[in-house]
Each structure stands twice: as C-alpha cells, then as structure tokens.
Write a protein that binds this ligand. Structure first.
Ligand code: PEP
Length: 254
C-alpha cells in the first residue's frame, strides 16, 4: 500500500495569531501552493490560530491540525474545544496523547483512545502519539509501553477507521532534548507498531502512516524518513521557523 509521506509541525504554545499567519504566508512564498515531492505538510498551531492558518492556506495543498481536543460536541464545558469545532474551522488533523498532555494534564491511555474516536467521528485524522519514558527505555520496557498505549485505541476504533489514523512514535526522552534513538531503533519500533495494528485490524495496517518524533532537525530528518516503516516526522522545536520546515519537507530520501 502506498502511503503519502507526512511532515507535521507541532508548535506547542508558540506564536500569536499574527505570527501564525505570517508563518503560513512565508511557507507559501517559499514552496508555492503545494508541498514538495508529493508529500503532505501539516502545520499544528495553538487553538487560537487554527482558523487563521486554515484561511491563509485556503486554495493550497497545506493542511492544518490542532494539538488537542476535548470530549463531547457542544455543551457546558468551560474552556473546552471539541473535535467538531476543530473540523468546522477547516483543520484535518488533531494530535491526541502527546506526552506533554499525558504528563502535565494527566491524560490516561483510555482518555487518549476516547479522543482518537471523537476525532475520527468528526472527520478528522487523529495523530496518536505513543512513546516510552526514559526509565521505561532503560528498563527495556519500550515495546510493553507501546502495546499498552496502543491497546485501547485498537479496541475503540473500527478497522476501517485506521485508513485515516496516523501514529507518531515519540520516545519521551527524545522530545526537546537533542537526544534521538538510532534510525534503526526507531524503524524497528515503527515496524512493531505496524505489526500490532495488523494483528488487530489486518491489511488496513498497511495504510497507517507512522511518524517518528523527538528532536527531529534538518540535520537528522533524512536518516529517519528514509527508513522503510517510517512515513514522516512529527517535529516540534525545529518546525517553528518556516524556512527550516520548508527545507525539511524538501529533503531527498536515500
Ligand atoms: C513534539 O513535541 O512532538 C516533538 C517531537 O518536539 P521536538 O521536535 O522539539 O523534540
């Protein structure tokens, strides 16, 4: 199955609405109306900028995502933003289960699965983040952790939903640290994740895009992206400058 390579930039809590619009304009100035080499590019700004970046990208091939969603559609939930609102704003993607949400906001594996289901139901593609902490890596528990985090998502989503699901393997110890696994390690774990999905849903696993995330930069993206089971990257800090993000998207694969 062919999988369109995907580069996603998670801005976290960075950039005002005006800065976000300027970034989007700059990306179009640099690359034209479409990402290079038939790849897909997704910009994932803070909630306030989602609509503004969607407007800026209108008529282009660039996509927008949100960094989180709250469960439910509408209601008395002060401060909450639902998948329905994100989709209506024009976004196509939403991150669920980022390690910072798990760590700082107490999101459990089951809540992450519920969010993936809500995202899919609203027509969005969830980018499901999974990955082990450093102590779990040191204890040789990486595969056990990935299986545990994936299990409720596999249980809750119907097999057909997986055509639209993206999984990001992000070792927590690599996020924002400058430390990375070897490309071979990351590829082995991407293959492990694909096999786990295959065991649950069969052939559709071949359509699921699996990204590597964690200290990806212009200097190292090619080594990860070139691996057979890695279909792209989820990039944090190094995506904050449009020029760097544009260069990453155009990197040739070996
Ligand atoms: C992330 O936040 O998903 C991430 C991968 O961050 P960074 O690239 O900065 O390590």
């Amino acid at each position: 199955m062919t999988r369109v390579p995907l580069l996603a930039g998670n801005w976290k809590m960075h950039k005002t609405v005006e800065e976000s619009r300027a970034y989007a304009r700059h990306l179009i100035d640099l690359l034209g109306a479409d990402p290079p080499l038939g790849r897909e590019m997704v910009v994932i700004p803070p909630f306030l900028s989602v609509w503004a970046v969607c407007r800026q990208f209108a008529g282009t091939g660039f996509q927008v995502g949100a960094q989180n969603l709250d469960l439910g559609r509408e209601g008395a939930m002060t401060g909450a933003v639902s998948a329905y609102h994100i989709a209506e704003a024009g976004a196509r993607y939403v991150i669920v289960g980022h390690s910072e949400r798990r760590q700082f906001f107490g999101e459990t594996d089951d809540v992450v699965a519920e969010k993936a289901k809500a995202a899919h139901a609203a027509g969005l593609s969830p980018i499901v983040c999974i990955g082990e902490r450093e102590d779990e890596f040191d204890a040789g528990k990486t595969e056990e952790v990935l299986s545990r985090q994936l299990a409720p998502v596999l249980a809750i989503l119907p097999a057909t939903a997986w055509e639209r699901v993206v999984v990001a393997y992000e070792p927590v110890w690599a996020i924002g640290t400058g430390r990375v696994p070897t490309p071979a390690q990351a590829d082995h774990l991407a293959g492990f994740i694909r096999q786990a999905i295959f065991s649950a849903v069969g052939q559709t696993a071949g359509a699921v895009r699996i990204l590597y995330g964690g200290s990806v930069s212009l200097a190292n993206i090619q080594t990860f992206w070139g691996m057979p089971d890695i279909d792209g990257a989820l990039v944090g800090g190094a995506s904050l400058k449009a020029a760097d993000f544009a260069r990453m998207a155009a990197v040739p694969l070996e």
